[in-house]
Design a protein around this ligand. Structure first.
Ligand code: GUN
Ligand code: ZN
Length: 434
């Protein structure tokens, strides 16, 4: 019997569809006493413990978790690795926040030793929070991406990252050129894309910090490497949107700038999209582009309230992003807590199962990786987490009052945080234990 085969017994829950498409009841699968079988880094079976246990060979180790729920690992569709050290910086909105705090912090990533040190802290923080896949902004320095990917590779994580391209409207110490942005990105693609479970994302910071020449070269990189990602920011802040209009007066709007340079597509993820019009949502849908909903960041920077019902109406793919360091937590549970409030402020609801979807399968679909991650389906990567119903005295007491998994799930997303993550597994290996 393969020594890599192992089974995990606990309550099991995963999304199988978007509640917006099939209704809440059809959107998930739940086994109150479930069994997850893992073989060679992949999930090989999932079902009721009573059905599956008799089918297992006698020598297979079964880990039995009490008072615990296994779900797929969380997927963070927008986060900045070099902003780890400036999370929680006071008082500014987007453009001043970038100049005052962000750029000086990112400057330090020219130093590989610094980048290595922060990569360890950053990846550990992801895993402590149950995030097994993230779409990650580096800094402008290739060193930042090397440091991050080296750490992700060491732990055999499925991660996506790219070096920032920015050749204007930023301090001299932090810009590349259209040409070096292209050549450095290309070298990183050649070094990292497809290595283990790593993927590269072409990463122009946002329209204001790239010249048209650089955006055109970003589009060229995507044409030359059709299976890499594109990752940028879009329509986050009203002053930012005005600035884009002034810089690109010949374009019909912010999204049209990216569209013009051929940056939309099924592996393109746009962070925020707080102020989108209907025609932009239509275009995102048509091109299978995705938006990363980043509630803690949007509230912290006072950017606005993401209109999830609008995205649903136009069938735009949506994932959840922490957007650390503008976001205030690495935890997707915390992020869902704020997402719920963002919906409340707009007179809308976020059901617990939609929350689960956003943090798992929705993120996987936003990244076109739903055949590999985001569910507990047999054949997918064994990236899963064990949530602890007794993580804190209050959570324990509150869950004792819960009547069903829907209520329990809502309590987990409202009260949960890093303490709730008992264990994190990546490719079948335990990579975090609280
Ligand atoms: N827009 C351009 N750069 C950034 C960034 O670093 N963070 C956020 N939230 N928005 C941006
Ligand atoms: Zn961001």
């Amino acid at each position: 019997m393969s020594a890599t085969r192992k089974a995990y017994r606990a309550a099991l829950l995963h999304s199988v569809a978007d509640p917006a498409d099939v209704g809440v009841e059809q959107s998930y699968q739940y086994f109150e006493d479930g069994l997850l079988v893992v073989d060679n880094g992949k999930i090989s079976a999932l079902g009721h413990a009573g059905d599956l246990l008799p089918t297992l060979a006698a020598d297979i180790e079964v880990v039995h978790y009490q008072d615990a729920l296994i779900t797929p690992g969380f997927i963070d569709t927008h986060i900045h690795f070099p902003q780890t050290g400036m999370i929680g910086s006071y008082g500014e909105q987007l453009l001043d926040w970038l100049n005052t705090y962000t750029f000086p912090c990112e400057k330090q990533f020219a130093d590989k030793d610094h980048a290595d040190k922060v990569a360890k802290i950053f990846v550990e923080e992801l895993l402590r929070n149950g995030t097994t896949t993230a779409l990650v902004f580096g800094s402008v320095h290739p060193e930042s991406v090397n440091a991050f990917f080296e750490e992700a590779e060491r732990l055999d994580l499925r991660m996506i990252a790219g070096k920032v391209m920015m050749d204007r409207n930023a301090p001299d110490y932090l810009v590349d050129t259209a040409e070096t942005g292209y050549t450095e990105s290309k070298a990183l693609i050649q070094r990292w894309h497809g290595k283990g479970r790593l993927h590269y994302a072409v990463t122009p910071r946002f329209a204001p910090t790239s010249t048209p020449e650089q955006l055109a070269l970003a589009g060229q990189l995507l044409e030359e490497h059709p299976d890499v990602y594109m990752h940028t920011h879009l329509s986050e802040n009203l002053k930012e949107i005005e600035w884009v209009k002034a810089l690109f007066p010949e374009r019909s709007g912010y999204l049209d700038v990216y569209d013009h340079f051929k940056l939309l597509g099924k592996r393109s993820v746009f962070a925020h999209g707080v102020h989108l019009c209907d025609s932009e949502c239509e275009r995102l849908h048509e091109t299978e582009s995705a938006v990363a909903f980043c509630p803690t960041s949007n509230l912290f920077l006072g950017s606005g309230l993401f209109n999830l019902p609008q995205a649903e109406k136009f069938k735009v793919k949506v994932g959840l992003g922490t957007d650390v360091g503008a976001g205030t937590s690495f935890s997707l549970l915390n992020t869902l807590n704020e997402a719920y409030k963002v919906m409340q402020l707009q007179g809308a609801r976020l059901s617990p199962f939609k929350s689960l979807y956003l943090a798992t399968l929705g993120g996987a679909r936003a990244l076109s990786l739903d055949d590999r991650i985001g569910t507990l389906e047999p054949g997918t990567d064994a990236d899963f987490i064990v949530l602890d119903y007794k993580a804190t005295p209050l959570l324990d007491y509150r869950i004792q009052q819960s009547n069903n998994i829907e209520e329990t799930l809502f309590v987990l997303t409202t009260l949960g945080d890093d303490r709730t993550i008992r264990e994190t597994y990546a490719a079948g290996r335990c990579v975090h234990q609280r």
